[in-house]
Design a protein around this ligand. Structure first.
Ligand code: ATR
Length: 291
C-alpha cells in the first residue's frame, strides 16, 4: 500500500476497536481496486467523542464507520442523516463532504443484501421471527419492514424492549403484522401466537449477542417448518451452537459474516463511489476467522 500526499483516510471509530475486522476488510478492498485510501482503527474514549467528530472535519478524514458504543451518540454531532439512519436512530457510517458530515446506516441493508446475495431470499411477503431487540436488532427490523416483510414476530429476554421496538415502528409500517413473544415462553408455551409464529416462519434471526462465547439460545427448532432459514448475526465463531443445532435438525443456516461484509461494502460504496469487491472482502475474513 503506497501512502502519499493524496491518500484519503477512513477508519472505524469505537471503544474498543482492537478486535475489529473492518481495517483488514477495507484495506484489502482498497488495495485490490488500486484506490488511494487507507482505513485505520480509532479507539475513542467516551469523553473524547465530540472532539473526535470535530477532528473528522478539521483533519479532512474522508469517512468513518461507527461502532459500539457510539452508533446513537454520534448523531447529535452530524449535519444530516439519510432516511435509513433516521429511521433506525443510529449511524454506522459517516461521510465527510467538504466539512459537512453525513450519517448513514448500512447495518440493516447489509443484512438484507446478504439474504439476497447468499440465499436468494427476498423478505417481501415473508414472515420473520426475530430474537433480540437491541441495537443490531433495530437495524435488521427496520430493513425487513422497508423491504416489504409480511410479518415480524419479535421475542426478547426483556419483553418491554421488544414492545417498545414494535410501538416505535408500527405507525411507520402499517402494512406489516407485528407480534411479541416472551423469550422464555418459546419452549414452554403452546399459545396461538407462538403456534402461528412458528408455523408460518420463513426466516428466524438471532439478533442477540448469544453465541459469541459458545453459549446458546434454547429454541424449538424442531417445531419450525423444514424450509426455514436460521440466520445468526454472530460471525465469531463462524458456526455458533445455534447453527450447529439447526444444521443437525436439517435446516438451512447462515452466519453473520456476510452481513458484516455487506454493511462494509455499502459503506465502501458511500465513501468511494466504487463497486466494492464483495467476494474478496468475504474470503479475506473467512480466512482470518478460520485460522
Ligand atoms: P447490540 O447493539 O449488539 O444489539 P444491545 O443493544 O446491548 O447490543 O442488545 C443485545 C441484545 O442481546 C438484546 O436483545 C439482549 O436482550 P435484553 O434486551 O434482554 O438485554 C440480548 N441478549 C444479550 N445477552 C443475552 C442472553 N444471555 N440471553 C438472551 N438475550 C440476550
Amino acid at each position: 500500500m503506497d501512502i502519499d500526499g493524496n491518500t484519503k483516510v477512513t477508519g472505524i471509530l469505537g471503544h474498543p476497536v482492537r478486535h475489529s475486522l473492518s481495517p483488514l476488510m477495507h484495506n484489502t478492498a482498497f488495495e485490490s481496486l488500486g484506490l488511494n485510501y487507507v482505513y485505520l482503527p480509532f479507539d475513542i474514549k467516551p469523553e473524547n467523542l465530540e472532539g473526535a467528530i470535530t477532528a473528522i472535519r478539521y483533519m479532512n478524514i474522508a469517512g468513518v464507520n461507527v461502532t459500539i458504543p457510539y452508533k446513537e451518540k454520534v448523531i447529535r454531532y452530524l449535519d444530516e442523516l439519510d432516511t435509513e439512519a433516521e429511521l433506525i436512530g443510529a449511524v454506522n457510517t459517516i461521510k465527510n463532504v467538504d466539512g459537512k458530515l453525513l450519517g448513514f446506516n448500512t447495518d440493516g441493508m447489509g443484512f438484507v443484501e446478504s439474504l439476497k446475495y447468499d440465499l436468494g431470499f427476498n423478505p417481501k411477503g415473508k414472515n420473520m421471527l426475530m430474537i433480540g431487540a437491541g441495537g443490531a436488532a433495530r437495524g435488521i427490523f427496520a430493513s425487513l419492514c422497508s423491504n416489504g416483510a409480511k410479518s415480524v414476530c419479535v421475542t426478547n429476554r426483556t419483553s418491554g424492549r421488544a414492545k417498545k421496538l414494535i410501538e416505535e415502528f408500527s405507525d411507520r409500517f402499517p402494512s406489516v403484522e407485528f407480534s411479541i413473544l416472551p423469550l422464555d415462553s418459546l419452549l414452554s408455551s403452546n399459545d396461538n401466537t407462538l403456534k402461528y409464529c412458528l408455523n408460518s416462519t420463513d426466516l428466524l434471526i438471532n439478533a442477540t449477542s448469544v453465541g459469541m462465547k459458545g453459549d446458546s439460545l434454547t429454541l424449538p427448532l424442531n417445531r419450525l417448518p423444514r424450509g426455514v432459514i436460521i440466520y445468526d448475526i454472530v460471525y465469531n465463531p463462524l458456526k455458533t451452537p445455534l447453527l450447529v443445532e439447526a444444521e443437525e435438525t436439517g435446516l438451512t443456516t447462515q452466519n453473520g459474516l456476510s452481513m458484516l461484509v455487506f454493511q462494509g461494502a455499502l459503506s465502501f460504496k458511500i465513501w468511494t463511489d466504487a463497486d466494492p469487491p464483495v467476494k474478496l472482502m468475504k474470503e479475506t475474513l473467512v480466512k482470518k476467522l478460520s485460522r
